[in-house]
Unconditional design. Structure first.
Length: 118
């Protein structure tokens, strides 16, 4: 599975960005998809998740501000980020997880930088 993330950039506090992650090499509808982020000097953390059935989960720090969605026809997962603040500054990574013959595999995209200025 190959993942290509895009959509990062520099935005002022209070602004919005939408990240995209295009997947190839597998049946996208079989993939559970995740967005993680890693800020300098900090561990990578899970931001949002969406199951194959469309159920979503969010980190407490982004609930009400971020929305994860998927378009199976476009093999793409999105992360809409609103009301951004400087603490959201990080490299954002998309992750795909699939189970084949009882074994879980996961794949990572290359990351996209999000910088929020105060």
């Amino acid at each position: 599975v190959q993942l290509q993330a895009s959509g990062g950039g520099l935005v002022q506090a209070g602004g919005s960005l939408r990240l995209s992650c295009a997947a190839s090499g597998s049946i996208f509808s079989n993939l559970a998809m995740y967005w993680y982020r890693q800020a300098p000097g900090r561990q990578r953390e899970l931001v949002a998740a969406i199951s194959t059935g469309g159920s979503t989960n969010y980190a407490d720090s982004v609930k009400g501000r971020f929305t994860i969605s998927r378009d199976n026809a476009k093999n793409t997962v999105y992360l809409q980020m609103n009301s951004l603040n400087p603490e959201d500054t990080a490299v954002y990574y998309c992750n795909a997880e699939v189970v084949r013959v009882g074994i879980k595999y996961d794949y990572w995209g290359q990351g996209t930088q999000v910088t929020v200025s105060s």
